[in-house]
Ligand binder design. Structure first.
Ligand code: ADP
Ligand code: MG
Length: 241
């Protein structure tokens, strides 16, 4: 308002605009700026590793995730209803890309989002426990509307780590949403959580109200790098070795 009031006042005076009109225009500008700042702050706080959007995502590469479903996830009604989402599939199939795109669009509609890897989350929780501030850390996660946990399954955890992760997941059941990506099908999750019982209890809660997408197919990363390798010789005119 400080930056714009002078210019708007001159405009209003020149147009003989009533005072209410001037005030409305000035507050509209302020509100728009605040909304934009809040969105930027939410995106920053979410901690995405790289900002990836749906407009650069090729849905034809993952027939199991139709575009309409992706855009539905981005609208975020499922987060209002405290549902979960799991993206399961091999490396390079676009799981992190989709998780980020969904998270970004939720930040834009005012949701509090955190992006973390499973290993990062376990480290954070373990450290918090050691430093006697686990309650505070859990309370902070509780304020998050959507917790994105990427790369569950690449590493297995020690018993305490698995229990802490279980605690966060179980706490969110029917209250807050989780978006989990994993290279492991559910049947193999016992490896991560060390023990069939905890895994069964966790999967039961996680998948109760959950959108599950199996992102199986060729690695997009691999496909792209093969494509560029095939294209390069043509561009440079050299023959491939
Ligand atoms: P994952 O997390 O499943 O291992 P990523 O989401 O990191 O895979 O994808 C690997 C790379 O390929 C990223 O740069 C990502 O943007 C890109 N990528 C993957 N799938 C697609 C797709 N369907 N359309 C566009 N880019 C994609
Ligand atoms: Mg990934």
């Amino acid at each position: 308002m400080l930056a714009e009031h002078d210019r708007l006042a001159r405009d209003a005076a020149a147009r003989d605009e009533p005072y209410e009109g001037y005030l409305l225009r000035l507050t509209e500008l302020e509100v728009a700026a605040r909304t934009a700042n809040a969105t930027t702050a939410r995106i920053k706080a979410a901690g995405f590793p790289v900002l990836k959007e749906f407009d650069t995502f090729d849905f034809t590469a993952v027939p199991s995730l139709p575009k309409q479903k992706g855009l539905e996830l981005a609208r975020g009604d499922w987060v209002d209803q405290h549902w979960n989402c799991c993206l399961i599939g091999g490396s390079g199939t676009g799981k992190t890309h989709v998780a980020t795109a969904v998270g970004l669009s939720l930040c834009r509609i005012g949701k509090r989002v955190r992006f973390t890897t499973a290993a990062g989350l376990v480290t954070q929780l373990t450290e918090a426990q050691q430093q006697h501030r686990l309650d505070k850390t859990l309370a902070a996660f509780d304020r998050i509307d959507l917790l994105i946990v990427d790369e569950l399954g690449y590493l297995s955890f020690h018993r305490t780590g698995a229990e802490l992760l279980f605690q966060v997941f179980a706490d969110r059941y029917e209250r807050r949403s989780l978006l989990i990506t994993s290279n492991l099908p559910f049947g193999e999750w016992a490896q991560i959580f060390q023990g069939e019982r905890m895994t069964a209890a966790l999967l039961d809660r996680l998948t109760h109200q959950c959108h599950i997408f199996e992102m199986n197919g060729e690695s997009y990363r691999f496909k792209e790098s093969m494509k560029s390798k095939q294209e390069k010789p043509a561009k440079t005119g050299k023959t491939a070795k």
